[in-house]
Design a protein around this ligand. Structure first.
Ligand SMILES: Nc1ncnc2c1ncn2[C@@H]1O[C@H](COP(=O)(O)OP(=O)(O)OP(=O)(O)O)[C@@H](O)[C@H]1O
Ligand SMILES: [Mg+2]
Length: 220
């Protein structure tokens, strides 16, 4: 389960005749960490955007557990099945730590107190202790903010995590902490984790590495 399958996927941005993604065929499975590497402009973020249901293919299909995304309500898919982690964290600056993590649960209809109780468990599991739960994101370090973003992903219930350079703004130690958390989610909890990274030391820890080159995907 938690399998994403990409068949004959091509994508061109509106107004461009160049293929940002060029006939990609690949599957990503739950329980594994995948790294996607490749030069700037090769199509990595474009690929994640399509897997996240933020954009639709020009040609081809993406399926989750055998169901084509083109047959799904993409808003619901994004709320329930996939979660994206960005280099710049994308926490809500006006919400405190607990509220940032509770928010997706409340969107999914979980009552506020229950959402907060669960948020505390997720936050503690990524090493964000109680004393930091009422702080605002601007009062946390970069590594802490990224861990809150991961706790929020866990809270969303999504079992596919798409991470675009999640360690790009972090020092080596904090970057490794994030990778360690993502590895546990994949290997012990069955999440499908896809990490876009320029860092060869992070790519080396993935179960499988793909390289993007001018819109094509090549096993590395
Ligand atoms: N909104 C857009 N409109 C038109 N072209 C775009 C748009 N976004 C990206 N592109 C182009 O699509 C190609 C792939 O871009 P993408 O952002 O996927 O690259 P990337 O591999 O993520 O690069 P980086 O490592 O710099 O983040 C690039 O040639 C880029 O210029
Ligand atoms: Mg990118």
């Amino acid at each position: 389960m938690n399998t994403l399958t990409i068949e004959n996927l091509s994508y061109s941005y509106t107004g461009s005749d160049r293929k940002a993604l060029d006939n990609i065929n690949v599957s990503f499975h739950g329980g594994k960490v995948y790294a996607v590497t490749g030069p700037s402009g090769s199509g990595k973020t474009t690929l994640l955007s399509i897997l996240a249901g933020l954009d639709v293919p020009t040609e081809g299909e993406v399926s989750i557990n055998g169901t084509k995304l083109s047959t799904l309500d993409l808003d619901q898919y994004r709320r329930e099945q996939v979660s994206m982690i960005f280099q710049a964290f994308h926490l809500f600056p006006m919400l405190n730590v607990i509220e940032n993590v509770s928010f997706p649960m409340e969107l999914n209809g979980i009552e506020r107190e229950e959402a907060r109780t669960r948020s505390k468990v997720f936050l503690n599991s990524v090493g964000i202790t109680d004393d930091k739960h009422r702080r605002f994101p601007s009062n946390l370090s970069g590594g802490e903010q990224q861990r809150v973003a991961i706790a929020r992903t866990m809270a969303s219930g999504a079992r596919v995590i798409l991470a675009d350079e999640p360690t790009g703004n972090l020092d080596k130690e904090n970057g490794q902490n994030i990778v360690d958390i993502l590895k546990v989610l994949a290997h012990e909890n069955g999440y499908c984790v896809i990490i876009v990274t320029h860092d060869p030391q992070i790519a080396a820890q993935a179960d499988q590495v793909w390289k993007m080159d001018d819109g094509k995907m090549i096993p590395a």
